[in-house]
Design a protein around this ligand. Sequence first.
Ligand SMILES: Cc1ncc(COP(=O)(O)O)c(C=O)c1O
Length: 337
Amino acid sequence: MDDSVLDTIGSPLVRVDGPPGATVAAKLESRNPGGSAKDRPARAMIEAAEAAGELTPGDAIVEPTSGNTGVGIAVVAAAKGYDATVVMPDSKSAERRRLIRAYGADVELVDGDISDARERADELERQGMVQLHQFENGANPQAHYETTGPEILEQLDGRRPDALVCGVGTGGTITGIGRRLRGSFPEVDVVAVEPAENAVLSGDAPGDDAYQGMGPGFVSGNLDTDLLDGVLRVDLEAAEAECRRLAREEGILVGQSSGASNLAARRVAERFAAGESPEYDPIALDGWEPRADAGTAGEDPLVLTVYWDSGERYMSTGMFAANDREESGGDEHTDTA
Ligand SMILES: Cc1ncc(COP(=O)(O)O)c(C=O)c1O
């Protein structure tokens, strides 16, 4: 028996469809108690603030977030007895707001993007709330270094990973897992995935994209860019189509950033398997070449990726509506509330 729901944080690593001659495996983070990878940094940042004496009983927590961190903070705050306020751009999915409120936290919506949410959270911090600062707080990548990374190492069953290919928001996930994998496998490639429409890591000017959680439009302090071997760009339409494919063909329901990361991981796996640079429209491969020595002796090359959350969190965005339409004769409308 676990003493707290927070002790159930953890997730499986699952082999998913890959190209012939390569293996792709994904960390299914929707299996965490709050339904996303963000339970890990939420718990770590709150416990780091407690350890530093910055958060004590009776304090209120505030954080600007596009959603999953807010849910994670709401879960941890509820389990530990803190009040919490999540400041969120009003464009993010309705499910997340409802979930955060269901855990007893307050949601404050701001007109604009994550930068506007950050400004408002700074104001609330000046009024006395404790802000966790997920983009700069070292406890965020450290949470993945100490939990997600070691889980993966155990789940590899002795195989050597050749690449970690995953999306970037705060950078906590890729930095924490990447550093841990590099500690055991110095040769592993670490490849970031970002929105094609907002490809700042690739050197583009910030743009507009409708991804939730991935592509903040700036280079986060928590992204260790020195870790990266390359950056792949995936457009949202391709990512959402990949989410529908994963659900229908593999029985795995995930959100946009997971679809994008999976597409990119599959392309990387294909390149490892074939050793060539394929033409593939939705993904531009920048500055990355497959290593010649990929694959453990006697095994296919292994590419790891992360699925941050469940597609259930995106139903109101209409991204699965293409499936619904076929069943309902084409008259399904999109609830973007
Ligand atoms: C759905 C989703 N995908 C990807 C990410 C990116 O993770 P990280 O912030 O660790 O880079 C997040 C972060 O909130 C997210 O919510």
